[in-house]
Structures are given as C-alpha cells and as structure tokens.
Design a protein. Structure first.
Length: 149
C-alpha cells in the first residue's frame, strides 16, 4: 500500500507492506536500514557465537550496538565491562575483548556478550543475518524499519 501526505509545501509518501489475513510473518526489507529495538535483549552466551558475530560484521561500520556488556572468563575471576548507551561497532567490541584478554594474560578466556540497548543496521538483510547468528527470534515489535518508498 502506498500512502501519501501533503502539508503546505512538504510532501511525504510511504510504502507499507501489509500481510494477508492470518499471515503473522514479520516483513523486513533487505535493502532498508533497520533497528533491533532497545527492549529486545540479546544474549550471546558462547565464545564461538560471539566471535562468529564479530568476524561477520567487523567490517561494517553501519552496524552499531548499544548497551553492550562483555563478560570475560568464568566464575569468581570473571571480568565484566559495561558500555551503557555508548554505540559500538563489532570491531570495537573485538578490540575491547582482545585488550582485556591481553591485560589479564588469558588469551583464550571465554567470552559472553549481552546487548541491552538495541542494534542499528545499515540494511534489513544484516539484521536477519545477525538474528540467525545470535540465535534469536525476532517478531513484531522487535524491529523498527523506515518504510519510505
């Protein structure tokens, strides 16, 4: 459906995709910027998953994570670093992990990530790929995407 609005000299149109009755699939346009909302918590609970995400997206400066928490190590000797609302790329997260590992002298320390402030993506395809790698389900209300035509 195409919607158009005009107020004075300003015009805006938007294309909205509406699923058919009974179809509750989430529609994400692969080519438009998208955002995982801040209420959607993402827990990356293994080192393999954490580095799979980092390796896949570390060259993408258009993917920004907020509210990142890094847990390095296990048990009483674990180290936790929280970035609050600071936006980070996956390359910056990798740098932080490697720096902590070096500082602690634990080059193979296990890593867990928690993302509590949302994730911005340059395109919807990256959001879908991120969700798959992170092992999270995304549904209605989890994604914001500009619907401009």
């Amino acid at each position: 459906m195409l919607i158009a609005a005009k107020a004075g000299e300003v015009e805006k149109s938007a294309k909205i995709q509406i699923p058919s009755a009974g179809d509750d699939r989430l529609i994400i346009d692969d080519h438009k910027a998208a955002e995982l909302v801040k209420d959607k918590r993402v827990s990356i609970d293994t080192t393999d998953k954490a580095f799979a995400l980092i390796q896949r997206f570390k060259d993408r400066a258009d993917i920004r994570l907020r509210g990142v928490q890094i847990l390095l190590g296990e048990g009483e000797s674990a180290v936790q670093v929280r970035f609050n609302e600071r936006e980070l790329t996956t390359a910056a997260i990798e740098t932080a992990i490697n720096g902590l590992r070096d500082a602690l002298g634990e080059a193979q320390a296990p890593v867990q990530l928690l993302i509590r402030g949302g994730v911005s993506f340059g395109d919807g395809f990256a959001l879908k790929e991120f969700a798959e790698l992170a092992g999270i389900a995304i549904g209605h209300g989890d994604v914001l995407q500009d619907t401009d035509a």
